[in-house]
Design a protein around this ligand. Structure first.
Ligand code: XMP
Length: 321
């Protein structure tokens, strides 16, 4: 596609001009934006780029492996993984307030990233930091909680003075659909390109209640079923996001086999949207919803009820926390 390759050429030239022969650092999140931004920078300056992937344990099933192994292998990018899932769980112990969770996850993320950046700066110097900022992020800046947290989560402003880098923002003028088109043009896997947007605090804000290892495992299992069935139905691209939420502090009565159960509800929150600023609940086929519900209640222990969120945004937000 002429337009996409023109955008790529333009960005690659701009990155080369900006970066010269200096070293660049990028934090990979597993999402489309950072993956495409890093791939663009890699195309422009090759092994002057090093990526850090902070594995906080709050990604969905299989996603950390996808970044660490598949993406790194495919692109040839030097990806350094830091596994801090235990540390995050400890920091989140006893915390139920959503904003408190965001603060803690953001703080731990920055601490981890800072330590990795410091190590790399000592190893070979770092001059630039890549950010996958999109045009809507720029416009919405200072707006909703999502943006504020994207900032506190990934922004260079969270780093100490002796670790200040100039920013490389190759996606700053682009919308999501353009970023996806460019990613495909760059040869990144479809599954990664069409991955739905995912919040920085990850599954941490999709467990209403305290985040524990057991609850995370439960939510990951339910989420994997919902995603697999959506994909099998060929409907990945018809929804913008499909949060699966665990109401960890809620129990309701159910019956399974001969026994009464007292388990947790799982909420399905499929939404359609253009840019996440407004959204509508997706009218997924009943057959698909039935299949997801049956599988989750059959396969995920301690879940005895699946409910569908039919709220648009506004008044509801996309996430439950
Ligand atoms: P809401 O829930 O506000 O979400 O309708 C709008 C978009 O932002 C994402 N989101 C976040 N992203 N850090 C992020 O990086 C956050 O704290 C955060 N909260 C929400 C959400 O998934 C949706 O795409």
């Amino acid at each position: 596609n002429w337009t996409n390759s023109a955008i790529i050429d333009e960005q690659v030239a701009a990155i080369r001009e900006q970066v010269g022969d200096k070293r660049v650092l990028c934090a990979l999140s597993g999402g489309v934006d950072s993956s495409v931004a890093a791939a663009l920078v890699h195309r422009a300056v090759g092994d002057q780029l090093t990526c850090v992937f902070v594995d906080h344990g709050l990604l969905r099933a299989g996603e950390a492996e996808q970044v660490e192994k598949d993406y790194a292998q495919l692109t040839g990018i030097d990806v350094r993984t830091v596994d801090v899932s235990e540390q995050f769980l400890t920091a989140l112990k006893g915390v139920t307030d959503p904003e408190e969770k965001r603060k803690i996850i953001g703080r731990e993320f920055i601490r981890t990233f800072e330590a990795a950046a410091r190590g790399l700066a000592e190893e070979h110097g770092i001059d630039f930091l890549v950010q996958g900022t999109l045009y809507p992020d720029v416009v919405e800046s200072g707006g909703g909680t999502g943006t504020a947290n994207i900032k506190s989560h990934h922004n260079v402003g969270g780093l100490p003075d002796d670790l200040q880098f100039a920013l490389v923002e190759p996606l700053r003028t682009l919308f999501k659909d353009e970023v996806r088109a460019i990613g495909l043009e760059l040869g990144l896997p479809e599954a990664m390109i069409w991955r739905h947007p995912f919040p920085g605090p990850g599954l941490g804000i999709r467990i209403v209640g305290e985040v524990t290892k057991e609850r995370l495992d439960l939510l990951k299992a339910a989420d994997a079923i919902a995603r697999a069935e959506l994909t099998a139905a060929g409907l990945d691209r018809s929804v913008w996001q499909f949060p699966v939420v665990l109401l960890a502090d809620v129990r309701s009565v159910g019956v399974q086999g001969d026994g009464r159960t007292y388990g947790h509800p799982i909420v399905l929150r499929p939404v359609s949207s253009e840019d996440a600023m407004t959204a509508d609940w997706s009218r997924l086929p009943y057959e698909l919803l039935a299949k997801i519900s049956t599988r989750i209640t059959n396969e995920v222990a301690d879940v005895n009820r699946v409910v569908l969120d039919v709220t648009s945004k506004p008044p509801g937000t996309i996430e439950w926390e």
